[in-house]
Design a protein around this ligand. Structure first.
Ligand SMILES: Cc1cc2nc3c(=O)[nH]c(=O)nc-3n(C[C@H](O)[C@H](O)[C@H](O)COP(=O)(O)OP(=O)(O)OC[C@H]3O[C@@H](n4cnc5c(N)ncnc54)[C@H](O)[C@@H]3O)c2cc1C
Length: 403
């Protein structure tokens, strides 16, 4: 064997896994198809402080564009609620620097990284278990690398995970399709702004994430199924870029601002994979669909998962037992900790997508900042009770949140 573990993908999940695994004595290789780690950026770049603090990381100044205090959530009629407390602090990152820094931390602990190196094929042993990866540097001369454990941290693409037998294909209903510009000038408070409204962003929202020097990431995510056109159950003409352009045209500050960068992307907002481990392999981060279904955030979860999975991999390495049973502890911990929050958020997403703009305006009138905190903590009942007082006809839709 060339390494103890090959990690496919050097994003937040792969880099974090590799740092912890290398620190625990494993000989780790990360391969990433990108020429430059973190580039091109396909992200709103928002990250709460949680995982950085829990992992005791000292985030260098260059990794973020601006610190943020919290969020301003805006209803279709313009009413806003500011949600800012110690738990909502965070940053709008510079991911092209942040992702590389996370990989550097792994290298500091002894991991090896190969950029511009695409995993092409999973190699199997005589029993059909993953035993290595065929890779190519820059599209040339494929070669084989062997390891007893393969980790897919490939993000949305997850082609290698599929070769290992994981069901990573998404339905349109379970993704948000996104478009984002980096824009300037935009004067902001240190708050991320989230705009809701079905006509503006069907089954999604528009975000404005502040950056330094009067810049901002201005993006939209809408349900993948609504893009499909009416005859397929969606909305005719609904597509993220024109909807975002319409929002910008109607925004006093942004309508004359310049665009410095634009890109489209897709993010998982459904349930996580039905399994994260098989013999000799693990799937982590967005490749395992471990993304918050409410806001599509996956950086913090990817980092958290990297730690959980690596600790289990270290134990498997010490026992020289990479069987599914041995690796399963990662899945068990994930589903009982971050997974619990994700399933509450998925339930909330599914309920909110049935609510009209008028109902949303009513909800925003009834709730305040502490309610928002409770909702995000998964304690829906007190807010549902407040909302139902003025609009009992919402009982049918909101009842799923009462138990
Ligand atoms: C438009 C948009 C906005 C978003 N905004 C936010 C946000 O503001 N905050 C937030 O928390 N999350 C956001 N996300 C989600 C976030 O970007 C991801 O959840 C996060 O990057 C997941 O980290 P990861 O390490 O699992 O995967 P990734 O960061 O996607 O990393 C995967 C890596 O694997 C590599 N790779 C893939 N296939 C191969 C292969 N075959 N061989 C070698 N390398 C391979 C890729 O090059 C990549 O570097 C957004 C997503 C989108 C699309």
């Amino acid at each position: 064997m060339d390494y103890d573990v090959i990690v496919i993908g050097g994003g937040p999940a792969g880099a974090t896994f590799s740092r912890i695994a290398a620190q625990g004595g494993m000989n780790v290789l990360i391969v990433d198809k990108r020429k430059e780690l973190g580039v091109p950026v396909r992200c709103g770049e928002g990250l709460g402080v949680g995982e950085v603090i829990r992992q005791d990381l000292d985030l260098p100044r260059a990794c973020y564009s601006t610190p943020i205090d919290g969020a301003k959530v805006i209803a279709p009629n313009g009413k806003s609620i500011v949600w800012a407390n110690d738990d909502t602090k965070g940053w709008v990152l510079e991911r092209k620097i942040f992702d590389k820094w996370l990989c550097e931390l792994a290298v500091d602990k002894g991991a090896h990284v190969k950029t511009y190196t695409r995993a092409l094929e999973i190699l199997k042993d005589g029993n059909g278990k993953p035993a290595g990866v065929k890779v190519s540097h820059g599209g040339r001369d494929p070669y084989e690398i062997r390891a007893p454990l393969i980790v897919s941290a490939e993000g949305m693409e997850s082609l290698m995970a599929r070769q290992m037998g994981f069901k990573t294909v998404h339905s349109l209903y379970d993704v948000d399709t996104c478009y984002q510009y980096e824009m300037k000038p935009y004067n902001h408070e240190n708050l991320i702004e989230l705009y809701f409204g079905n006509s503006m962003a069907p089954r999604g929202y528009v975000w404005i994430f502040p950056k330094c020097d009067k810049k901002a990431n201005v993006g939209i995510g809408i349900g993948g199924n609504v893009v499909n056109g009416k005859k397929n159950g969606g909305i005719d003409g609904a597509a993220p870029k024109p909807l975002l352009d319409e929002f910008i045209k109607n925004n006093e500050q942004l309508k004359d601002a310049s665009t410095l960068l634009d890109f489209g992307g897709v993010i998982s907002v459904g349930a996580p994979l039905n399994e994260f481990v098989k013999d000799s392999c693990m799937v982590i981060g967005t490749a395992a669909k471990q993304v918050d279904p409410i806001h599509g955030g996956g950086i913090g979860l990817a980092m958290e998962t990297g730690v959980i999975a690596a600790k289990v991999a270290i134990k498997a390495h010490e026992k020289k037992d990479y069987s599914k049973d041995s690796l399963y502890e990662y899945e068990k911990i994930w589903r009982s900790e971050p997974g619990k929050i994700c399933s509450q958020r998925l339930l909330l997403r599914k309920v909110l997508e049935k609510v009209s703009d008028d109902d949303l305006n009513h909800i925003f009138n009834q709730i305040s900042q502490p309610d928002l905190q409770q909702i995000m903590d998964g304690n829906f009942a007190p807010s549902v009770a407040k909302v139902l007082v003025g609009r009992p006809q919402l009982l049918g839709i909101l009842s799923a949140l009462r138990s």
